[in-house]
Design a protein around this ligand. Structure first.
Ligand SMILES: NC(=O)c1ccc[n+]([C@@H]2O[C@H](COP(=O)([O-])OP(=O)(O)OC[C@H]3O[C@@H](n4cnc5c(N)ncnc54)[C@H](OP(=O)(O)O)[C@@H]3O)[C@@H](O)[C@H]2O)c1
Length: 267
């Protein structure tokens, strides 16, 4: 698995990570099954995990899945509230789930981001947090995101990027690169919608020299061939899917022609 410098943060990240929205919001026997997904992740070098208190049980279930191997993982989670006390509660819970530290602490959907940065900055000074980040899923908020990225406390962003969602190309990715921010790519498969299109194996044949044997791999390589993107975080509830996604994390990377070809296939 290729590792990339996560902007100027000093962190190095595997290019393929894992999200937990919906997939890790589970209870009962499924909790142990998700630990099996995490087993596959560690075996494949997928050691970057993203969560949020917005995702129901996901933070707690991820914490369980990392039990005994937390030190080998990079955990990115989020705080998501305008309320000071609720923010403190969310942070306290996350620190409990993740062994007292969060590697990348993000402000979900920019909610009260400057106040949340004040709180998170204190944790960073105490060594419980390494990098502060900002996330938004909607292009409507990219003007606000662009301005917030200028805050010197910001070290990372998380944004959607796939052949159907390319708004970040205009201002966000260039600015992230200029500012030295780490870039986490959410929704690499458009919440799964990009995978519903049937792509014939013959259509993927020209991509075989790039180690691409499946449509999900083509989409991940499309993202990761842009060096301004450091880690893509497909969510999955399946160990087999996890391994297939991890296989996209090795060079050779695509050139402009192959990226354009994949974008056309996705139309
Ligand atoms: N900050 C924000 O505002 C925000 C918003 C959205 C998402 N996110 C983060 O980004 C992560 C990823 O985005 P997402 O969860 O929306 O969607 P996604 O990763 O684009 O797609 C997830 C879907 O793809 C399927 N899948 C994954 N790998 C597959 C494979 N190899 N073959 C076939 N199907 C596959 C999964 O189903 P299976 O379970 O069957 O594999 C799942 O239904 C989230 O989990 C979350 O951590 C953040």
């Amino acid at each position: 698995m290729e590792q990339r410098a996560f902007g100027n943060t000093g962190l190095r990240v595997p290019v393929v990570g894992m999200g937990t929205w919906r997939t890790f919001d589970v209870r009962g026997p499924l909790v142990d099954q998700r630990r099996v997904v995490a087993d596959a992740a560690f075996e494949s070098g997928v050691t970057f995990f993203d969560s949020s208190p917005m995702y129901g049980e996901a933070e707690r279930v991820l914490g369980r899945a990392l039990d005994g191997r937390r030190d080998r993982a990079i955990v990115a989670t989020k705080v998501w509230t305008a309320d000071e006390n609720e923010a403190a509660n969310q942070i306290a819970r996350a620190l409990e789930y993740f062994g007292g530290r969060v590697d990348v602490y993000q402000v979900h959907n920019l909610v009260a981001w400057s106040k949340r940065f004040d709180q998170l900055e204190r944790l960073r000074e105490d060594g419980a947090v390494r990098v502060l980040g900002l996330t938004h899923y909607s292009a409507h908020a990219f003007g606000d995101l662009r301005r917030a990225m200028e805050d010197p406390r910001a070290g990372a962003i998380q944004v959607p990027y796939n052949p159907h969602a390319r708004d970040v190309e205009r201002a966000i990715l260039p600015a992230a690169s200029d500012l030295g921010l780490g870039v986490i790519v959410m929704r690499p498969f458009g919440e799964g919608s990009l995978l519903r299109k049937a792509i014939a194996p013959t259509a993927l044949a020209p991509l075989a020299p790039f180690g691409i044997t499946s449509w999900p791999q083509a989409l991940l390589k499309w993202i990761l061939s842009d060096p301004r993107c450091h880690v893509a975080i497909p969510a999955t509830s399946s160990a087999a899917h996890l391994r297939a996604n991890a296989a996209a994390g090795e060079p050779p990377w695509l050139g402009a022609d192959e990226r354009a070809y994949i974008a056309r296939l996705a139309e």
